[in-house]
Ligand binder design. Structure first.
Ligand SMILES: Cc1cc2nc3c(=O)[nH]c(=O)nc-3n(C[C@H](O)[C@H](O)[C@H](O)COP(=O)(O)OP(=O)(O)OC[C@H]3O[C@@H](n4cnc5c(N)ncnc54)[C@H](O)[C@@H]3O)c2cc1C
Ligand code: SF4
Ligand code: SF4
Length: 406
């Protein structure tokens, strides 16, 4: 078997298709890296000067393209879904949040609860760029109203961790709402930055099917004949569960696509390579992960908004219980891991396939990430088609990506 190796520079991470554009490069070394949309519509670090891998050692020790790890912190354990303290249905107590949020508003409600009770001074997360609402940018929300206003899933590139140093520089308790890969990066970074242990009160994530590049959203505009400069709103979902994708323009036009219309053609999803190689899209490094709970992962229509919640740590459980007691969150029926197999069959497949895909990459001479604590070897399907497919795609350059400006 070929020995797996890790990338040794930021550029190698990007070129090997292992960068998810989390933004940590820019946060840790703004004099060397700036996040830029590359020509494929992916946020990637662009070098400000000559690359210096030695100086970037701190980035590389937390970069999701090099390391993805999680520690078991729950009192229950499932081979597929990992460590947890509680699994169950929940939704926001505030009906307006529940309506406007992506699913049932759990992530927003937990953020609101933390700010309202003073347990956190702000939330680092992402929101639509007001100037270019098809794109997302990191934000720090200081009030419950700001967190609520920024509810909703953004199905494109997001670099929330580009705001990590700005958040830490405030020296105030804060929470992060982000993607599972961002949560792994934050936990890895905490090993080198003790401020994270003292200031970061909660890491909240969505269970994640994958982040599209910007071309997915651009294709919607092209189909409608709308120019990006004319947009005043690009809402991917919410205002219902799942709610429509809604587009509004400066001259008063508006368009909607249902969730199923938006995602019917899998070939057009334009999911980034790191997502196809993702070892943890279920938030094992988070305190709380929130998911959709449609049977077979497909909405049958609109509903009032429900989340499945996987509480991962004692701190996450204390937050969940306090939010329920305060009425910020409503607790529904309990779930068990096998319920999640039904809600998220694609996640089960991905977990089981990943060891074989990584073997295929290593056989092609490509770097892979380290993945302690994510059970990829124990779950290994040993699917030779997956391995051969990854090898073939790697050799054909299908995972290749570009550093902006290269
Ligand atoms: C790219 C993507 C893929 C997803 N795939 C799945 C899936 O396969 N299965 C599943 O069950 N659920 C998936 N979801 C999650 C689902 O859409 C909801 O986000 C989740 O159920 C939480 O709902 P909520 O109502 O609690 O979120 P809300 O209360 O609306 O809060 C959403 C929060 O997430 C933050 N956020 C939104 N988009 C992003 C982003 N791209 N990057 C970082 N932070 C973001 C916002 O800032 C906000 O704070 C996906 C979400 C995204 C963004
Ligand atoms: S995944 Fe994040 S840390 Fe790694 S290269 Fe990309 S932006 Fe930088
Ligand atoms: S699928 Fe994995 S790598 Fe892709 S955005 Fe989601 S958590 Fe990150």
């Amino acid at each position: 078997m070929t020995q797996a190796r890790q990338a040794e520079s930021v550029c190698e991470v990007v070129e090997a298709g292992l960068c998810i554009g989390c933004g940590l490069c820019e946060a840790l070394a703004p004099a060397r890296w700036v996040m830029v949309m590359n020509r494929h519509g992916r946020l990637r670090p662009a070098p400000v000067g000559a690359e210096d891998p030695e100086a970037d050692a701190g980035i590389l020790s937390a970069c999701p393209g090099v390391v993805a790890e999680a520690e078991a912190r729950g009192d229950q354990e499932d081979p597929v879904w990992g460590s947890y303290t509680h699994m169950g249905e929940a939704w926001a107590g505030d009906s307006d949040i529940r309506f406007r949020a992506a699913s049932g508003g759990v992530l927003t409600a937990l953020g609101v609860h933390l700010l309202r009770t003073g347990k956190a001074a702000f939330v680092l997360h992402c929101a639509a760029d007001p100037e270019r609402p098809m794109r997302s940018r990191w934000v720090m929300s200081d009030t419950p109203e700001e967190v609520a206003q920024r509810a909703g899933s953004r199905y494109g590139p997001s670099d929330t961790l580009a705001g990590l140093e700005a958040a830490l520089a405030r020296s105030e308790p804060f929470a992060i709402i982000a993607k599972p890969c961002d949560a792994c990066a934050v936990r890895a970074r905490a090993k080198a930055d003790a401020r994270l242990d003292s200031l970061l009160v909660a890491v909240l994530v969505m269970v994640c099917g994958g982040a599209s590049d910007l071309g997915k959203s651009q294709a919607v505009l092209d189909e409608l004949g709308v120019a990006e400069d004319d947009l005043t709103l690009f809402r991917y979902r919410g205002h219902g569960n799942p709610g429509p994708t809604r587009i509004e323009t400066r001259d008063g036009r508006h368009f909607e696509k249902t969730y199923n219309e938006m995602w019917a053609d899998e070939a057009g999803w334009r999911i980034q390579s790191r997502c196809k190689l993702c070892p943890d899209a279920i938030g094992e490094a988070a305190d709380v992960a929130a998911a959709d709970i449609w049977p077979g992962a497909e909405p049958e229509g609109e509903d009032e908004g429900f989340n499945g919640v996987i509480v991962r740590s004692p701190a996450g459980q204390a937050l969940f219980d306090a939010a329920v007691a305060a009425g910020d969150l409503v607790r529904g029926a309990d779930h068990a891991p096998r319920d999640y197999d039904g809600f998220q069959p694609h996640q089960v497949h991905r977990k089981r396939a990943m060891a074989a895909r990584l073997r295929g990459l290593a056989a092609a001479g490509r770097p892979v990430y380290a993945h302690a604590g994510l059970r990829l070897d124990a779950l290994d399907s040993k699917d030779t088609d997956e391995e051969a497919g990854a090898l073939r795609r790697a050799k054909a350059g299908r995972f290749d990506d570009e550093v902006p400006g290269s």
